[in-house]
Design a protein around this ligand. Sequence first.
Ligand code: NAD
Ligand code: LMR
Length: 333
Amino acid sequence: MVKAVVLGAAGGIGQPLSLLLKSNPAVTELGLYDIVNAPGVAVDLSHIATPAKVQGYLPPDDGLKKVLTGADVVVIPAGIPRKPGMTRDDLFKINAGIVRDLATGIATTAPKAFVLVISNPVNSTVPIVAEVFKKHGVFDPKRIFGVTTLDVVRASTFVSEVLGDLSLTTSVTVPVVGGHSGVTIVPLLSQSSHPLPSGLQQSTVDDLINRIQFGGDEVVKAKDGAGSATLSMAYAGAEFAGKVIRALKGEKGIVAPTYVNLAADKVGGEALKKELGKDLEYFSAPVELGPNGVEKINGLGKITPAETVLVKAALPDLATNIEKGVTFVQVPK
Ligand code: NAD
Ligand code: LMR
């Protein structure tokens, strides 16, 4: 029995993500919560002939408490998206408070649930969830994840495009590490399951890296004020949630890049910090998942000198973003 909950379920990501979770036969109960329209979305989805029992809640009458009761996996896509010209960090002002309040609900009602954070800026919202859990004495770093899967999905697609064969997209895997914004997104192309041709022009490789790092901007620009990636994000969120659920049910050997607190695996986390040459608290690394969440944090592996430069370039922004999230909860204004 697995109860999955979506907080922000009526939104651009929330609706298709809820659809995909309803389509996952491993989900037996699906709880939807939003400040608008969640009961309507729930009734709509409830007609789909898959096992999950769906229920939707609004804030009145303890809706948040009700939806979170018995939750195993909570996915959070609640919050505002970017418009052209904005950075993800520009969303902090509004989204930090939304995530803090939802995290408070989870910490008090479902402290053992796995929390999958989609709301931006992920580099800061994950530390916010962790700090709220610490305040409530229920922090377990193994159970809180920043969802960076869209970067991995984009890397598979864009690499396949460069290889000239889109049919490869489902088999191409490229680890993407660091964080989830601009230069903190670091694709390790040298570890692609399908290597790039050796004769490829450097400018093509540079463009590919840039496209993976700024893929979000491509969508924001194309939507022209109507928001950011929703459908591809729902796909990515369902992929990652699906992996977490399979691991929860005992499947072994599932590895996925995700932004975690490096204390989640002390040995792996410390080794990674040494590789980075910086005492960062959070980093997106390939993580082995298990029934208790983070089983093992893998290191960067063998990377090229050019990739070392990209990793180093990610560190200052990451440190600033993490500090901003931590301070928001520790020193409330
Ligand atoms: P949206 O505006 O379409 O939907 C957000 C939903 O959150 C709305 O339905 C809104 O009512 C709801 N909401 C707002 N405050 C809430 C609260 N306190 N409790 C519950 N629900 C609340 O936005 P979207 O396009 O779905 O994007 C949502 C977030 O996901 C944004 O912050 C966006 O930047 C982020 N995002 C992250 C990734 C990623 O890779 N991690 C990818 C795409 C988007
Ligand atoms: C993305 O990568 O598409 C998301 O983080 C949304 C955004 O603001 O770009």
